[in-house]
Design a protein around this ligand. Structure first.
Ligand SMILES: *Cc1c(COP(=O)(O)O)cnc(C)c1O
Length: 395
């Protein structure tokens, strides 16, 4: 089907919830994508932080193919080998926790919210409020939208489910003022993704952990975007020398197969009992095979270390560029980076289009003034140089 026909049919038959860019990709390998006319692109978005091991990694493709040819689906009424292997691997990576599998980031956060509620009920504490940050993003279901601290995203869908209180990030006084005897959890992204790549300060997140311990409040970290090596540690919380009580992940976990996971400390996880939560597709044989292969590739190819190393190189390059061009600032860590262009510049969306069409380089815009970069974790310094050179001339 030619490109214009695809666009026509999209406009006629698909709900228009996405502002799509004018391209249709048909093939991917590593950091590269190809469109329907065979043109090659360098991908610094990676499906929005999803294909951390690169597009169509042969070991992931093989794992999916082999599992799909044997058995694609069985219900969670039965035991599954891939699911327990994945749970054990995640437990070793994340504080000996216990896992529940769903199908997306929003579902992982829904699971975390439900688990928090059940934990409070089990303790008969009467607590039910969750504090989250402004500019956060936790998903598109009604409950995770209520958690998301972005009033402009929420307004069209009000009234939203109650029980969420929002505070400015990195402001401990505001957080302490928001805590009450109803507070059951504090939910944060270590680095806010969709909100513009804003990091939790080191001292702030450590202080939040201490407050949670003192007041018996659960700390939930949403690592749907920051997890799976993205920031140069396997999970971003590891930069802070703390552990959450509940951790959610999704995007990079299975290289593009739909998966989400909640991992919780035993004392919290054990408040879920049979029938409390479930998912028809969650943790099925094929997605978990893809996740196991993904984690093995990350380990064997040293991709977390590469994300840290190339991330530092990229960030220095962006900072030098920002200095020369007078951009406002560079934010982020590892391979989750952003440039804040400032007000007087070309709009971020226009830059994304010109890089795509003229340079065949894929980057992402957040709002009108922020460019975001989330390349596959195997990206090289020379690929970073390509992007820096393109930014130098196009921005
Ligand atoms: C993308 C994202 C989500 C939502 O994930 P979906 O898979 O789109 O539901 C939640 N939290 C964070 C931090 C995200 O980046």
């Amino acid at each position: 089907m030619n490109f214009n026909k695809i666009v026509d049919l999209d406009h006629s038959y698909v709900m228009q919830t996405y502002a799509r860019l004018p391209v249709s990709f048909v093939k991917g390998k590593g950091t590269r994508l190809w469109d329907d006319e065979g043109r090659e692109y360098l991908d610094f978005v990676a499906g929005l932080g999803v294909v951390n091991v690169g597009h169509c990694h042969p070991r992931v493709v093989k794992a999916i193919h082999e599992q799909a040819s044997r058995l694609i689906h069985v219900s969670n009424l039965y035991f599954m080998e891939n699911q327990v292997i994945l749970a054990k691997t995640l437990s070793a990576l994340a504080f000996g926790g216990r896992a529940f599998f769903g199908n997306s980031g929003a579902e992982a956060n829904e699971g975390a919210i439900k688990l928090t509620r059940k934990y409070a009920k089990s303790a008969d504490s009467g607590r039910h409020e969750i504090i989250t940050a402004y500019r956060s993003f936790h998903g598109r279901t009604m409950k995770t939208l209520a958690a998301t601290g972005q009033p402009e995203k929420q307004r069209p869908f009000e009234p939203l489910p109650p029980g969420f209180v929002h505070v400015p990030l990195n402001n401990l006084t505001a957080l302490e003022a928001a805590i009450s005897d109803k507070t059951s959890a504090i939910l944060l992204e270590p680095i806010q993704g969709e909100g513009g790549v804003h990091q939790c300060d080191f001292d702030y997140l450590r202080a939040v952990r201490r407050i949670c311990d003192e007041r018996d409040i659960l700390l939930i970290l949403d690592e749907v975007q920051t997890g799976i090596g993205r920031t140069g540690r396997f999970f971003a919380y590891q930069h802070y020398g703390i552990e959450p009580d509940i951790l959610t992940m999704a995007k990079g976990l299975a290289s593009g197969m739909p998966i989400g996971a909640v991992v919780a400390k035993e004392r919290v996880a054990s408040s879920f009992t049979a029938g409390d939560h479930g998912s028809t597709f969650g943790g099925g044989p094929v997605v978990t095979a893809a996740a196991i292969a993904t984690l093995n590739v990350i380990q064997d190819e040293g991709l977390v270390e590469n994300a840290a190393k190339v991330g530092d190189y990229f960030k220095s390059g962006l900072e030098a560029l920002a200095e020369r061009k007078g951009f406002k600032e560079v934010r982020g860590r590892g391979l989750m980076l952003a440039i804040e262009l400032g007000e007087a510049r070309a709009k971020a969306g226009d830059i994304v289009r010109s890089l795509l069409v003229k340079r065949r380089i894929i980057v992402n815009a957040i709002g009108e003034t922020t460019l975001r970069f989330l390349p596959p974790l195997a990206v090289t310094e020379s690929e970073v140089d390509e992007v820096l050179a393109a930014l130098e001339s196009e921005v």
